[in-house]
Design a protein around this ligand. Structure first.
Ligand code: ZN
Length: 351
């Protein structure tokens, strides 16, 4: 397991970026969520003349095409970039990781979708999450969808891990309530999947249990987005990311991936929608999840998979059951006997 070397934590820690020796001295690439385009945050970052600034539209999930296109533009500048900074939610953080790796490894994003395919360390990367939950700040992957073959898979590699993080809970203050919930729940779901899997060990369990405890404190409280809770959620997300870097997810993420690939639903919302059909696989967690949805007055979209075409159901089945590693982790080697096509379609119709 690779650890992150430096972590700055606390309210307004973000301001340290401008004083960062590497950022001050080198040409830097910034990936910033478009949500901040006209905000206080972007005005506070000192962008130097030869820096490269890219605003990430996180409406849709990150694709390998997005990554390849931006990589091409960056290379055309002929500048020698020594730092990549990702500021935003999972999509912005993952975008920065992918570009960092591709600046030092030849080829395109598709070439590295898989495990341990990245051979050379990427450009020095700094992650600044503005949303908590995906664990993208601490995980060793960057999730991308290949639109040609429907493959949703990241560059799983120690080289994908950030070199440095700035965890500043003041950045999540303006997040819409629903988004805060969906994203925070991603951590909760990573942990319950990891803890219910067969591929577990004391290291990942310790991180999962701590993250889960913090997430429960946040979502069971009266104001999930208070200053204290945003602090806790930021730590929970980081721990959840470390937990999952050392273990595997289970049934929720593969089924959720189907919703993302076929219906274009964003990862964290798709996970929450998937949870509504998980009673049989994670009964205690299903009950807890439904209570937390109610307590925090979150309106989940329902019935999205009711009247789809035969092709869409086929695609949902393929896009979910192709994730064999997590499904084996959750259901054993014979998971295909449990997740038959009929069964999978039934689950989607339950949502
Ligand atoms: Zn996730």
């Amino acid at each position: 397991m690779k650890n992150i070397l430096n972590i700055e934590f606390g309210f307004n820690a973000m301001k340290k970026l401008n004083e960062h020796p590497k950022v001050r001295k080198s040409h830097t690439i910034f990936f910033v969520d478009i949500f901040f385009k006209n905000s206080f945050l972007i005005k506070e970052i000192l962008i130097k003349e030869k820096d490269f600034l890219y605003f990430v539209d996180s409406t849709n999930e990150l694709t390998t095409t997005d990554v390849n296109n931006v990589l091409k533009t960056i290379k055309e500048t002929n500048n020698n970039y020594e730092v990549v900074v990702g500021i935003g939610g999972g999509t912005s953080l993952d975008f920065a990781k992918a570009i960092s790796n591709l600046l030092t490894n030849k080829g395109t994003a598709e070439d590295y979708q898989g495990w341990d395919l990245v051979k050379t360390p990427g450009v020095y990367k700094i992650g600044i999450p503005t949303l908590s939950g995906t664990g993208a700040e601490s995980s060793k992957t960057c999730v991308m969808i290949n639109l040609q073959n429907g493959l949703k898979l990241g560059m799983n590699s120690n080289h994908t891990v950030y070199d440095e993080l700035i965890l500043d809970p003041s950045l999540a203050k303006t997040v819409p309530k629903e988004q805060f919930f969906y994203t925070g729940m991603d951590t909760y779901i990573h942990c319950i999947e990891s803890l219910n899997g067969s591929h577990r060990h004391p290291l990942s369990d310790a991180y999962s249990n701590q993250a889960l405890d913090l997430a429960r404190q946040v979502f069971q409280s009266e104001d999930m987005m208070s200053d204290k809770n945003r602090e806790k959620m930021m730590v929970a997300s980081y721990f959840g990311g470390v937990a999952i870097a050392n273990s595997f997810v289970g049934v929720v993420h593969p089924i959720s991936a189907g919703l993302s690939v076929v219906l274009g639903i964003h990862h964290c919302e798709a996970n929450c929608i998937t949870m509504t059909a998980m009673e049989e696989f994670y009964p205690a967690e299903y009950n807890e999840f439904m209570k937390l949805v109610e307590k925090n007055q979150i309106k989940l979209r329902r019935g999205l998979c009711q009247n789809l075409s035969k092709k869409q159901y086929d695609d949902l089945f393929d896009a979910s059951t192709m994730h064999e590693i997590p499904l084996k982790n959750a259901l054993g080697l014979d998971f295909k006997k449990i997740l038959t096509k009929e069964k999978v379609i039934e689950l989607y119709k339950k949502m």
